[in-house]
Every structure is written in C-alpha cells, then in structure tokens.
Ligand binder design. Sequence first.
Ligand SMILES: [Zn+2]
Ligand SMILES: [Zn+2]
Length: 338
Amino acid sequence: MRAVRFESDGSVKVVPMPTPGPGPEDVLVQVLAAGVCRTDLHLLDDVRAGRREPLVPGHEIAGRIVKVGADVYMANPKDVVVVHFEQPCGECRRCRQKKTNLCQRGSSLGFNEPGGYAEYVRARQTTVLALPPDFDPALAAPLGCSGATAFRAVVTLGQAEREDLVVVVGTGGVGLSAIQIARVQEARVLGVDTREEARRAAVEAGADAAVPPTEAARTAEAMSGGAGADVVVDFVGTAATFTLAKSLLGYGGRLVPVAVGEEPIPVTSGDLVEGGKAYLGAYSTTMADLARTVALAESGRLKPVVSKRAPLSDAARVLDDLAGGRIVGRAVLEPPRT
Ligand SMILES: [Zn+2]
Ligand SMILES: [Zn+2]
C-alpha cells in the first residue's frame, strides 16, 4: 500500500509500505478519509527535531472494513466505520473502568502506530463504530478527534445543561463543534476569540454572542445576570486565556482546559474553594465520547465543517496550508479508492 510518512529531515513523503495484516481481534480498514489535525503539525516538528521516530500520521479516520481477524465479533467486512485512534490495552485497571483515555499500556494510531494517512490502517475491533450507509466518510473522519474532543469538554467533563452559560474560548475548528454541542444541551453560549472571522463563525455555529477577550467579562456578566459562567472551555491554553477563563467562572463553575499550555499561571486554592469551582483537564477521549458524538452528527445536530478535500498525495501541501493559516474548518485527505 501507499502511505504518507513524516521523515526525520522534515519532509512529508508518499512511500510504499506493506499492507498490515489484522491480528485475531483486529480489523483492516481501507481508509476513505483522514482528517488533517493541527496536532499533525506538532508531530512533524517532533520528527524533524529528533524527538520522535519517522511515522505515518492520521488520527481522524473513516473507512471501510475489508478484512477481519479470526476472533472478531464486533465488526463485519464492508462496514463503513469511524475509527478511534486510541488503541487501549483492554486489560489494565483504567480499561476495566472504561477510562480508556487514561490507558498507559495501549498505543495510538497516527502517533506510535501507523495512522490514517495511508490506504489501509489496522485497528482493534473495539475501536471502530459503524456509520449509517449514507454518511459521508469525509464528514465522519473529523469526529474521531475534534468532534469527540469537543463533546468530552462540553458534556462529559463540563456537564453543560439547560440554561447554563457555556463560554468557549477559541472558536476555531474544535471550538465551533463545542458551540454546536453546547446548543444541543440547550445552554446559552458565548464565544470568545481575538479574530473577527472566528467570531463570525461562532455566531453562525449557534453562539448567542461572540466577543473579543476584552469584552468577555462584561458580556458573560450580562448573559448570566451576574452569576458568571457554568462552564468555560479553553481551547487556546495560553496564560492569557486561562486567566480569562478562570475569571469568568461563577459558583459551581467548571473550567475545562483542552490545549496543552506551558506558560505558568498563578492559581490560589481560593480560586477553587470560593464558590466550589473545578478545573478539569480534557485528556483524549473514550469510545463513549465518540459514539455519542457520532449520534449527534447522524441526527444532524452536529455538522463538522469540512472545507477542503485533497488526495493523499497532496498531504505535504495541505499541511503547509494548515500551518500558514489558509484552512478554515477541516481539511480531509482522501486516498484513492481501489
Ligand atoms: Zn487531532
Ligand atoms: Zn489499558
């Protein structure tokens, strides 16, 4: 098969590779669509800097099952599926608790196992979900990372519900999904972003208002009748956004940081104790998060924004466009359908 590989000299190459054979509990998926995530750019940097071995990226994957292992009972050949990139071990304490996002003995497609920038990918049977027959794989692929991440932040961790005020800081790709999901929960939604086009997209996605950071406090105050926000999701992860996010929380509020930031931020125990607030880091997602995200998309209540489709051989150019800020929404690679 052909696959795209990040090489140690920083190049992005289409290379021939052996098609993986499924193990007893694995399925072999012919990739129909692979989402291009910003994380892939970080991986390319890591490979170039020698912090990672060369790898086949792609952790937002949809495709058709073409082969199943001897002990597979949860999937069938010809099923069109979305694949969860996390391949948990299935046996550790975290896996038994269904906290598969915390499994430290598994692997991750597109990180330390070959991912979806390829004609075929191998996955465990427990990590694929069948899609309805008329569901466009290009729209399904981004649910695997960005869609499920937004769901986990707003619902699983944020526990957003009717009449809550949900503030989404950073209304780019994943933020727009978070806004749609908060609307499904019947919450009121405030988007915060420095970029005017991102604020416009936030309102189009269903936010009641979208403002620059300087106006966030006043607007959140007005929208909540002075009570503050119930949920603040920070998709940016700078000292400035975290500080803003924590200042917006009302009593009982949940702050959900999603991006990995490194700037130090002063936090006192009083910030958490006063009003019983919680900070909940969003670390990857589970199959439950993905399944519920797919259900929202199936019912038309979550619409992933796929703005560009390109052949697998264009991976280098698409990554370059993403790095240069020339892609709004999601780009998806489509391997040739043989
Ligand atoms: Zn991703
Ligand atoms: Zn495990």
